[in-house]
Design a protein around this ligand. Structure first.
Ligand SMILES: Nc1ncnc2c1ncn2[C@@H]1O[C@H](COP(=O)(O)OP(=O)(O)OP(=O)(O)O)[C@@H](O)[C@H]1O
Length: 233
C-alpha cells in the first residue's frame, strides 16, 4: 500500500444554513519519499487537504491512511501526537515567534519531540549558521522562511507539508527555499508535499495532483522531474 492513501475524503463546513464543500470525494496516493505538488487555483480546496493530512482538521467522511493507519479516526490526543512527531509544517508567512531568535524558534519545535536534531545543525544546513542569534525582524523574508524550514526539519518528521512556501518571496529567494525542500526530499528521504497555485512548480514534482472546485481532476507522474535550478516562473 502507498505511504499516504487518501480515499474519498470529503470535508464540509456548515455556515448557518449553507454547507460549503471544500473537498469532495478526494482520492490520491503518495509514495514514501516522493516529492508531491498539489496544484490548483485559489479556493480549490488545497489547504483543506493539507490541514487534514497534517492532522489539524478531520474530514467529514472518507479515509486518510498514513503509514497504514487511518488518521481520520484519530481523537484529539492522537492527532496531537501525530502532528508533533510525524509532520513538519511550512507556511506561506513563516509563522515565527517575533520575540525569539532563530535558534530559539527552532528549539521551541525541537523541544516537543524525542528525536529532535540540534537547532544549530539544522540552521547551518539551511545556510543560516551565522544568523542563529538574530530575531525574525532582523532577517529577510527568504531567511525567515529558511528558519521555518529549519524549525520543521529539527523535529525530524517523516512528512513535510508546505503551503505556498514561496508565495511571499521573489523568484531568486523562492528558488533557494524550493531547493532546500527538494534536498529534504531527495537527500534526506522526507516525503515532501508542496501546495501551490504556481503551475511552474509542477515540473519539480515526482507526482502532481491537480485540484479544482473541491475535487481531484488529474494525477500526473513525472518520471524525470526538473531540478529546481532549471525551473523558471
Ligand atoms: N474553516 C472554514 N470554514 C468555512 N469555509 C471554509 C473553511 N476553510 C475553508 N473553507 C472554504 O473551503 C473552500 C476551499 O478552501 P481552501 O482554503 O482549502 O482552498 P485553497 O485551494 O487552499 O485556496 P487558497 O490558495 O486561496 O488558500 C473555500 O471556499 C473556503 O472558503
Amino acid at each position: 500500500m502507498s505511504y499516504i492513501k487518501v480515499e474519498n475524503e470529503t470535508k464540509q463546513y456548515q455556515m448557518g444554513e449553507t454547507t460549503i464543500t471544500a473537498n469532495h470525494q478526494v482520492s490520491f496516493e503518495v509514495e514514501r519519499g516522493q516529492l508531491t505538488v498539489i496544484l490548483g487555483p485559489s479556493g480549490a480546496g488545497k489547504s483543506t487537504v493539507l490541514n487534514i493530512l497534517g492532522g489539524m482538521d478531520s474530514p467529514t467522511s472518507g479515509q486518510v491512511i498514513v503509514d497504514g493507519v487511518d488518521i481520520a479516526t484519530f481523537n484529539d490526543r492522537q492527532l496531537t501526537a501525530y502532528r508533533r512527531t510525524s509532520i513538519g509544517f511550512i507556511f506561506q508567512f513563516y509563522n515565527l515567534i517575533p520575540n525569539l531568535t532563530a535558534k530559539e524558534n527552532v528549539e521551541l519545535a525541537s523541544s516537543i519531540v524525542p528525536d529532535a536534531l540540534a537547532a544549530t545543525t539544522v540552521l547551518e544546513a539551511v545556510g543560516l549558521g551565522n544568523r542563529i542569534d538574530n530575531f525574525p525582524s532582523q532577517l529577510s523574508g527568504g531567511e525567515q522562511q529558511r528558519v521555518a524550514i529549519a524549525r520543521a526539519l529539527a523535529k525530524n518528521p517523516d512528512i513535510l507539508l508546505c503551503n505556498e512556501p514561496t508565495g511571499a518571496l521573489d523568484f531568486k529567494t523562492g528558488k533557494q527555499v524550493l531547493k532546500l525542500l527538494e534536498r529534504a526530499g531527495r537527500k534526506d528521504g522526507k516525503t515532501v508535499i508542496i501546495i501551490t497555485h504556481n503551475s511552474a512548480l509542477a515540473a519539480m514534482g515526482d507526482r502532481v495532483i491537480h485540484i479544482n472546485d473541491a475535487q481531484v481532476r488529474d494525477v500526473v507522474d513525472n518520471p524525470a522531474p526538473t531540478p529546481v535550478d532549471e525551473i523558471e516562473w
